[in-house]
Ligand binder design. Structure first.
Ligand code: BES
Ligand code: ZN
Length: 601
């Protein structure tokens, strides 16, 4: 059961006691049973004036008091941009039997917390007692703020209608609705959204239901953490791409979206299910966001949000979708209990993504993709220094520090290495896959700490526990988790050599003082996969600046790189152009940046 603090086998979770310094709420004093949002969206000019754009309505929280000594207040995470104008409380004593009392107005106040949020306190006339159920209704409005992103028509793909979306991770949903904004607490939710004529609302929910021309009703019947509640409203249409999947996009992108993913998403889901157990969320849809969406993908349950850059025309960027699908087990089902343990979400997801990729595309391709990830980690460690405290898997979050400011490659790629190391200790891929399935089954709908995971691992493999694998010199679990710097173990990526070596050799030729044109022309890149070109460009970038004139020739030799539409290629070509001061192509850098951000791109 969500929030029970127990694993499926009855083990007591460390996470059940853990604090979350990023939350101002008293989430341990209550069980949040359900959240309902009833909101009306209005697209006007940017606020604060009358008729300005905003979401207004109410948030209703169904709670049960857990505090043995009773609780005098409900403290929620909120933000100055969330204006609460009224609060009402309805109590339901466990000894009830009497008619339900009417909701009564109760006072609220705010208290400062940090630059990314404030506490909203609902004050009870009398303390509530342990076991008591209560319903708190908050009437509020949110306009401009960090949680709700309003886009003007020019910032959309179609450029005709405005768009609004929310991005909860890590601590932004407190600027969308008052909540327990901690991944340690999970609840079900429902929402009723009223939108202007001609707009469609979508959410991270199991069911999507149109209620009249302007209203949409959503239900998420599995408990999820606050950061996974997500909303988007715009000129949106959908197309079926699988038995449980639609793609959603603005009308001008829907054909490309369907084309890119028709049929394949089901393969990704089915492979994930074979490896990690049932996909519990019902639907799996993908929403193509406006160009300025700041991530590759965001794993909002039932509805992954992705950048439109994925529409490369050749399915070459599907690993992002596979990654977000992998979160259906790691992150969305078993969740890090606080943001200092983010590697539990992302490290496991990288591992799961690459397991799915290995099954579907083979080890060579997967190792090539993993090598690109390793290069990003190398770059990050080189830039920040081996000793940087953020280069630990387990991060100590200081009060007042926004968890998003700790975002980096470490939880992803060092996390991937640690999970790979554990698989290496087990020594048998099938056995390790079974273990991951068991881990998900044990902790599904719960939030966990690294200690919960490691205890489960050692209990699952008693032979490894007996051999004290947690303290092998140089590879101590403690060192993995608490020492910054390069991973002590790297999984073997040599199955990717057949794809990487030609790219590496070609980069070598281009970096030579004198170009060996014959040798270069002898290498045919026409059959190379996008990730091979990416790998090649990463090597060129590492060796840059190249001798004068080389980059110009490089661009001329490979127009499919220097004039690419694919964002991964455009990004790297831009980096090479800048690092080599290749002014002739500066306009491509500008155009690429515009395509990701401002109007006109
Ligand atoms: N959950 C992350 C995105 C995220 C992380 C949003 C932290 C806000 C705060 C998502 O699953 C992710 O990792 N996206 C990657 C995709 C990639 C690793 C394939 C991205 O957007 O780069
Ligand atoms: Zn992720």
């Amino acid at each position: 059961m969500a929030g029970s603090g127990l694993g499926a086998s009855g083990r007591v979770l460390h996470a059940a006691q853990a604090e979350d310094v990023a939350s101002a709420s008293n989430f341990r004093a209550f069980e949040l049973l359900h959240l309902h949002l009833d909101l009306r969206a209005e697209f006007g000019p940017p606020g604060p004036g009358p008729g300005s754009r905003g979401l207004s309505g109410s948030a209703v929280l169904d709670l049960r008091c857990l505090e043995p000594g009773g609780a005098a207040e409900l403290r929620l995470d909120s933000h100055p941009c969330v204006e609460v104008t009224a609060a009402a409380l309805r109590r339901e004593r466990p000894d009830a039997g009497q008619p339900e009392p009417e909701p009564e107005p109760v006072p609220v106040c705010t208290r400062p917390f940090s630059h990314y949020g404030q506490a909203l306190c609902v004050l009870f006339p009398q303390p509530c007692i342990a076991g008591e159920r209560l319903r708190v209704q908050l009437t509020y409005r949110v306009g401009e703020g960090p949680g709700v992103c309003w886009l003007a028509p020019e910032q959309t793909a179609g450029k005709r209608k405005p768009f609004v979306y929310t991005q909860g991770q890590a601590v932004l949903n407190r600027a969308f609705f008052p909540c327990f904004d901690t991944p340690a607490a999970k609840c079900t939710y429902s929402a009723l959204l009223e939108v202007p004529d001609g707009f469609t609302a979508v959410m991270s929910a199991n069911t999507w239901e149109k209620r009249g021309p302007n209203k949409f009703f959503f239900q998420m019947c599995q408990p999820i953490p606050s950061y996974l509640i997500a909303l988007a409203i715009g000129d949106l249409v959908s197309a079926e791409v699988g038995p449980r999947s639609w793609v959603w996009a603005e009308p001008c992108l829907i054909a490309a979206a369907k084309e890119e993913y028709d049929g394949v998403i089901e393969e990704f889901l089915a492979t994930g299910e074979k490896l990690f157990g049932p996909y519990v969320w019902g639907r799996y849809d993908v929403l193509f966001m406006p160009p300025s969406f700041p991530f590759g993908g965001m794993e909002n349950p039932c509805l992954t949000f992705v950048t439109p850059c994925l529409l490369a025309g050749d399915r070459s960027l599907a690993d992002v979708i596979i990654h977000e699908i992998a979160h259906s087990w790691f992150g969305n089902l078993v969740t890090n209990a606080n943001w200092g343990e983010f590697w539990l979400n992302e490290g496991f997801t990288m591992y799961a993504q690459r397991r799915i990729s290995t099954v579907l595309f083979g080890p060579a391709y997967t190792c090539l993709e993993a090598a690109t990830g390793r290069a990003l980690l190398r770059q990050h460690v080189d830039i920040t220094g081996e000793e940087h405290p953020l280069n630990k898997l387990r991060v100590k979050l200081e009060p007042g520090v926004d968890p998003d400011d700790t975002y980096n490659e470490t939880p992803y790629e060092k996390g991937f290495c640690f999970v790979s190391y554990l698989a290496h200790l087990v020594g048998d891929q099938d056995q390790f896959d079974e273990f991951l399935k068991a881990y998900v089954d044990e902790f599904k709908f719960q939030s966990v700490l690294t200690d919960d995971f490691l205890e489960f691992f050692l209990d699952y493999f008693p032979e490894l526990k007996r051999r004290r694998v947690d303290s092998i010199p140089g590879f101590e679990f403690d060192r993995w988790l608490n020492t910054p710097g390069w991973p002590p173990y790297l999984p073997d990526l040599s199955p990717g050599d057949s794809l990487m070596r030609p790219a590496e050799e070609l980069a070598q030729l281009w970096a030579a003082e004198e170009l060996d044109v014959r040798a270069i022309e002898a290498v045919s890149t026409s059959a190379w996969k996008t990730y091979q070109l990416v790998y090649f460009l990463d090597k060129i970038l590492q060796k840059s600046p190249l001798p004068p004139g080389h980059v110009k020739k490089l661009g001329e030799a490979y127009p499919k790189i220097s004039s690419a539409q694919n964002a991964e290629l455009r990004l790297r070509w831009g980096q090479i152009v800048l690092k080599n001061d290749h002014r002739e192509d500066f306009w491509k850098v500008r155009d690429f940046l515009h395509s990701q951000t401002s109007p006109g791109g």
